[in-house]
Design a binder for this molecule. Structure first.
Ligand SMILES: [Zn+2]
Length: 535
């Protein structure tokens, strides 16, 4: 009979030391439970000591965080953490002061794991599962993880921003206003509304009422972006200047739609301005130049029509100090091709943003939106700089060190006491906007939307939309839902049946998407799908 080899204590020690943190905690927890003792406070101390050492190694707070003096002395211990005193300003501080780790009882490895899961867009429930099962985290809940993630987003949002250069594309995108979690619901239509700090430029046309936060985005030809929540409702040139000018380094071109804000800005800074009107495709279509359905096949003829549309300022053009007559059509085409002038990149960025915001965080509260948007920009730019998305543990740890070194912290009371602090439109402006919106809808012959002045919501008239479809089409949809008796049903009954289907929004979204004659723009179609418009 062979004897089982005995494992020495040294072997056990070696083995324990080689374990990743999550495995070590599992064993320690098992030991504690089988002996009926609690180790959570010991683990907390253990975490603090470990974090203190790491912060020291990173050189955090090696000078006074208050006055930056290097005349600091050790001043005893508090809760196992080294305290320092500044001889210049007499303030006491620790390595943790002012960092994201202040008051943290979580181990370094946990922070990195939570950041890694945040970067990989885990849902809060999945994060909770991992922390409970793999890391034996005691007393943790969804709210704690939400706050934790908020702290990380805030830290990312406060990292130094990129400076954009070369050809820069700019545009706004709109995020439906949400006051989820606010203590006091503010009606944006109430008379108590404060006077806007900005507000010189009334809207021309548009779907963006005060119920939307305007996110302004800019992206250069290297792919770096700057995205900011600018205001509620319409953007104006002052706000744009204040938020973006410092991030632009003598651009070669600014590309935008025909929003006058960008033209004013370009005139102010003498930047050549490429304008692609938002009805660009419609104009082409109306003149027989639909790129997907060429009625005029003769190339020379097409060029001639384009040339005329260019001369009439109806399609894309370049403005120099607000003047489009500086360039001939040929000069324009040359410049357009050479500098790759378009809005493609910024449109792509917008779908990335929507994906990021709505992946799980449906109804991002407006007061937290700047942190979400800031974190999005940081991650996007990190990807451009490094050539890949930050998904690994190594990437997460690298980013975590960057965040700590940048020294920003969002405290729990700061999160809970947050208020919306964005320029908002005035009551008169909103009334005007309602009229303009209706007029704009009428102008594009889109009868399916209605602006409701009472609550500032835009409604999409699903029923009317379905009524406009041919009977055959309705029956086709009904067949997909396996609605019985669809061929003999009265049309209004059939429509009522369809409206009761769970995913009817998604269905309508695809109907609109596939209908080339539809005059509903992309932004609106997405909003219908995302439940952003009341149906
Ligand atoms: Zn000091």
């Amino acid at each position: 009979m062979s004897k089982t080899p005995i494992i020495s204590r040294e072997d056990v020690k070696k083995y324990l030391c080689s374990l990743p943190y999550s495995e070590f905690v599992k064993i320690a927890t098992y030991y504690a439970e089988s002996n009926g003792i609690s180790i959570s406070s010991d683990m907390g101390d253990f975490a603090r000591i470990n974090l203190d050492k790491r912060l020291e190694k990173l050189g955090i707070n090696s000078t006074c965080p208050c006055c930056q003096s290097d005349k600091v002395i050790k001043y005893g211990n508090r809760d196992n953490v080294q305290v320092y005193k500044c001889k210049a300003c007499t303030k006491k501080f620790s390595r943790f002061t002012g960092t994201i780790l202040e008051k943290s009882r979580w181990q370094w490895e946990l922070w990195v794991k939570v950041l890694e899961m945040t970067l990989n867009e885990y849902s809060l429930t999945d994060m909770l599962n991992v922390l409970e099962k793999d890391y034996c985290c005691p007393d943790i809940d969804i709210k704690t993880i939400w706050l934790w993630r908020m702290k990380l987003y805030h830290a990312m949002a406060n990292m130094p921003s990129e400076i954009l250069s070369g050809v820069i594309q700019v545009d706004e995108t709109f995020v439906r206003e949400s006051q989820k979690g606010s203590k006091h619901l503010i009606s944006f239509l109430s008379k108590e509304e404060r006077i806007p700090r900005y507000g010189r430029h009334p809207s021309k046309f548009g779907v963006m009422g005060p119920e939307f936060s305007t996110v302004v985005t800019a992206i250069d030809d290297r792919g770096y972006c700057v995205c900011k929540v600018a205001c509620m409702g319409r953007l104006n040139v002052e706000t744009f200047y204040d938020l973006f000018d410092e991030h632009f380094n003598s651009p070669a071109y600014l590309c935008s739609d025909n929003n006058a804000v960008y033209d004013e800005y370009c005139k102010l800074q003498h930047i050549p301005h490429y304008v692609k009107p938002s009805d660009y495709l419609k104009v082409l279509k109306d003149n027989g130049l639909d790129p997907t359905d060429l009625k005029i096949t003769d190339a020379d003829e097409r060029e001639k029509i384009k040339h005329k549309l260019f001369n009439d300022d109806l399609i894309d053009r370049i403005l120099i100090d607000g003047d489009s007559d500086v360039m001939t059509y040929n000069m324009f085409i040359k410049a357009k091709n050479k500098y790759n002038l378009s809005l493609g990149r910024v449109n792509e960025l917008h779908s990335e943003i929507k994906k990021f915001l709505y992946s799980e965080k449906t109804n991002v509260s407006t007061k937290h939106l700047p942190d979400y948007i800031g974190a999005f920009s940081y991650i996007h730019n990190w990807r451009v700089r490094n050539g890949h998305y930050p998904t690994s543990q190594k990437d997460a740890e690298e980013i975590f060190v960057e965040l700590i070194c940048n020294r920003t912290n969002l405290t729990i009371s700061e999160v809970t006491n947050r208020n919306i602090d964005l320029p908002k439109p005035s009551g008169q402006y909103i009334a005007k906007l309602a009229i303009e919106t209706e007029r704009a809808r009428a102008a594009i012959k889109n009868k399916y939307f209605k602006f409701c002045p009472e609550d500032g919501m835009t409604t999409f008239k699903t029923r009317e939309y379905l009524y406009s479809l041919p009977r055959k089409k309705l029956e086709e949809i009904a067949r997909e839902y396996k609605i019985k008796g669809r061929t003999t049903m009265l049309t209004y009954v059939l429509i009522s049946e369809l409206l009761e289907q769970d995913d009817i929004r998604e269905k309508i979204y695809w109907l609109i998407k596939n209908d080339r004659n539809s005059l509903i723009d992309e932004e609106d179609a997405e909003a219908i799908r995302d439940n952003k418009y009341r149906i």
